[in-house]
Design a protein around this ligand. Structure first.
Ligand code: GAP
Length: 540
C-alpha cells in the first residue's frame, strides 16, 4: 500500500473528519474564509467571535507562561523573559542579513497548461510498471499527484489514462527525483533502479502528467520561489522602496537584542518573547488554517552562554511539550521529532519539532512548534549586516561573548487548529451529535447561565448571577429556546459548564451545574459559583 493509500485507509478508520470541523467552525463563528462574500482568497482566514476568543485565550496563556510567570529554571530560580512588539515592516536589510531574501524559498513547479503552482516536495510521481512491455520498454506516462490526494482520485485518473485501476503495480517517486531514476532493458520486468547521474533512459520529467492535466509535458522543472511578501513604501513605486512583510516574528527580536539589554535589567541568560502576525507567500496553502499565507506565531528567543546552550535546549524541549499538555493538547497525540541532517539549515546545531496528529496527517504528524538551537548565527548576521556590535558584556566576569540562542517557535493559529482538532468529540448520544472538549482555560465561553424558562422569576435571578460572573469570566446569559437546544449549542461551542436556574433555585439558593463532557448534573450554592469557576479554570 502506498503512503497515500495507507493515510486514506487510516482516515477512514478515524471518526473525525476535517470537513466536519471546518463546517462547525463556520456554522458557530470560529473561522471563516477571508473575503467570503467575494468568493474568498486562497491562504487567508478570518476569525469570528468565538475563534478570536479561542485564539486570544491560547495567546494569553502562552504569554503568561513565558513573560508574566516564566517557568522555574533548572537551578530553582524563576527565569527572566521580557516581551516585545516589533514592527511588521522593518528595514529590508534585516531580511538580507537574516538570509530570508537570499534563501527563504520553496521549490516550486508550475503547470504551463492550468497555470497552477505546486510545491515540488509535495508532488509524487507514479511510475506504472505494468505499462512496461518487453517490446516497448519506454515508460510513456507518469501520473503525478499532490501528496495527500485521496486514493479514489488517483484510481479515477489511472482509469482515465488507460493505466488500469490497480494501485499495486507502480513505484511512487518524489517528483523532484524523477530524472534520477533509471531503467534498462535488462532489468527485470517493471523494475526501476535509482541511479543518479545516468539519464539516458531515465524516467523523463517530460512524460509526467500534472495533477490537473491529461497530457504530459506541462510541468516545469522545480524553481526556487521566495516566500517573502514584498510591498512598496511611500509614494515612489520603485525598486529602492521595496520592503518585506515579516516572514517570522523572530527577526524583530534579534534586531532589538541590544536595545533590550541596554534599557532593561536583564542579564544573560534571559529571553525575549513576541506574539504576532507573520506572512509567507506559501506555494500551496492548505489544510484549513494549518498552512496559510498570513498566520500568527508565538516565538521566544532564549539568549545564553554558548557553553550552556545544550542544557537550555533540553530544558525548553521539555517545558514546551508540558505547556501544550497543560492547555489540553494531550501527550498521546504529540510527538517530539528530531530533524534529520538533511532538514537542518546549515547554522542549526539541532532542531526538534513538537508535532501533532492532525486528522489530515494521521497516522502521521504535522509540525506545531519548532525548538531550535540556532547558535550565534542570527546575532552575528545582524552584527555584520548593521555594523553594530551585538556582543554581550558579562557584568561579573567582564568578558564579552556572542550569546547563543535557543528558540521555541510555536504557531498560534496552528495551535488553534490543534486545540480544535483535539477538542472535537463525536457523541451520537447527545442532540448536537458533537461537542468541543476544550480545557476550561481555552474555552471561548467559560459558562452559560440558563433560566429554565423565560417566565416566572427564573430570569431575574439568572440575570443577577450573570451580572456577577461577567466581571470575572467570559459568560453568556441565554434565555431563548428550550433547555435542550440551549445545552446543544453550548456543547457545540465547547462551554464547559451550564448553570440552570429553576423553581427550586428561588427556594434553596442553589443552581444545577451541567458538566459538558459527562452531561452529569449537580446542585451547588449560588454563593459558591465564583469559587467553583476559579478552581476549574486553573492550568496545571
Ligand atoms: N523563527 C523560526 C520559525 O519561524 P518555522 O518552523 O518556520 O520557524 C514556526 O515557524 C511555527 O510557525 C511552525 O512550527 C508553525 O506552527 C508556524 N507556521 C509556519 N508556517 C506557517 C504557515 N504557513 N501557516 C501557519 N502556521 C505556520
Amino acid at each position: 500500500m502506498t503512503q497515500t493509500a495507507a493515510k486514506d485507509q487510516e482516515m477512514n478508520d478515524t471518526t473525525v473528519d476535517m470537513k466536519d470541523i471546518v463546517a462547525l467552525c463556520k456554522r458557530r463563528g470560529f473561522i471563516f474564509a477571508a473575503s467570503d462574500i467575494y468568493g474568498g482568497i486562497n491562504g487567508f482566514w478570518d476569525y469570528g467571535p468565538l475563534g478570536t476568543a479561542l485564539k486570544n485565550n491560547i495567546r494569553d496563556l502562552w504569554w503568561k507562561a513565558m513573560v508574566v510567570t516564566p517557568p522555574i529554571g533548572p537551578d530553582g530560580l524563576p527565569l527572566q523573559i521580557v516581551g516585545l512588539d516589533s514592527a511588521i515592516i522593518q528595514n529590508p536589510q534585516v531580511w538580507v542579513s537574516s538570509g530570508h531574501v537570499g534563501g527563504f524559498s520553496d521549490p516550486m513547479v508550475d503547470c504551463k497548461e492550468t497555470k497552477k503552482r505546486y510545491r515540488a516536495d509535495h508532488l509524487i510521481a507514479y511510475a506504472v510498471s505494468h505499462y512496461m512491455e518487453e517490446d516497448q520498454p519506454e515508460l510513456k506516462l507518469i501520473p503525478v499527484f499532490e501528496d495527500g490526494t485521496p486514493v479514489e482520485d488517483i484510481i479515477k485518473k489511472f482509469k482515465k489514462l488507460g493505466l488500469g485501476s490497480s494501485l499495486t503495480d507502480y513505484t511512487a517517486i518524489p517528483y523532484s527525483d524523477l530524472n534520477k531514476y533509471h531503467y534498462n532493458d535488462s532489468d527485470d520486468y517493471g523494475m526501476l533502479r535509482l541511479e543518479i547521474g545516468k539519464s539516458d533512459r531515465s524516467l523523463d520529467k517530460q512524460n509526467a502528467i500534472g495533477p490537473d492535466t491529461k497530457e504530459p509535458g506541462t510541468l516545469t522543472d522545480p524553481k526556487a520561489f521566495n516566500l517573502l511578501f514584498e510591498t512598496k513604501i511611500g509614494a515612489v513605486q520603485e525598486d529602492a522602496s521595496t520592503a518585506y512583510l515579516r516572514g517570522e516574528t523572530a527577526q524583530g527580536i534579534f534586531i532589538n537584542f541590544k536595545n533590550v539589554v541596554d534599557s532593561s535589567r536583564v542579564k544573560v541568560p534571559f529571553g525575549i518573547a513576541q506574539v504576532g502576525k507573520a506572512f509567507r507567500n506559501e506555494v500551496t496553502p492548505r489544510n484549513f488554517i494549518f498552512r496559510s499565507r498570513e498566520f500568527e506565531q508565538m516565538e521566544m528567543e532564549w539568549f545564553c552562554h554558548p557553553d550552556e546552550a545544550p542544557k537550555w535546549f533540553e530544558f525548553w524541549k521539555e517545558e514546551r511539550s508540558r505547556w501544550w499538555n497543560s492547555i489540553g493538547v494531550k501527550s498521546d497525540n504529540l510527538i517530539m521529532r528530531e530533524h534529520g541532517a538533511d532538514e537542518l539549515v546549515f547554522y542549526s546545531k539541532g532542531t526538534y519539532d513538537i508535532e501533532y496528529k492532525f486528522p489530515f496527517t494521521a497516522p502521521g504528524y504535522g509540525e506545531l512548534e519548532g525548538i531550535a538551537n540556532r547558535g550565534d548565527y542570527d546575532l552575528t548576521q545582524h552584527q555584520d549586516g548593521s555594523g553594530q556590535k551585538l556582543e554581550y558584556l558579562d557584568p561579573v566576569a567582564q568578558v564579552k561573548f556572542m550569546p547563543h540562542v535557543i528558540e521555541p517557535a510555536a504557531g498560534l493559529t496552528r495551535g488553534v487548529l490543534a486545540v480544535l482538532c483535539e477538542a472535537y468529540t463525536i457523541d451520537p448520544d447527545r442532540p448536537s451529535g458533537v461537542y468541543l472538549d476544550f480545557h476550561p482555560s481555552v474555552a471561548p465561553i467559560k459558562a452559560a447561565i440558563l433560566p429554565l424558562t423565560a417566565k416566572e422569576d427564573h430570569v431575574p435571578l439568572a440575570t443577577k448571577i450573570y451580572m456577577e460572573l461577567r466581571e470575572h469570566f467570559a459568560v453568556e446569559l441565554d434565555i431563548k429556546q428550550n433547555i435542550g437546544k440551549r445545552y446543544a449549542r453550548q456543547d457545540e461551542i465547547g462551554t464547559p459548564f451550564c448553570f440552570t436556574i429553576d423553581n427550586e433555585s428561588l427556594e434553596d439558593n442553589c443552581v444545577t451545574v451541567r458538566h459538558r463532557n459527562s452531561m452529569k448534573q449537580e446542585r451547588i450554592a449560588i454563593d459558591g459559583i465564583l469559587e467553583f469557576m476559579r478552581k476549574e479554570m486553573a492550568v496545571a
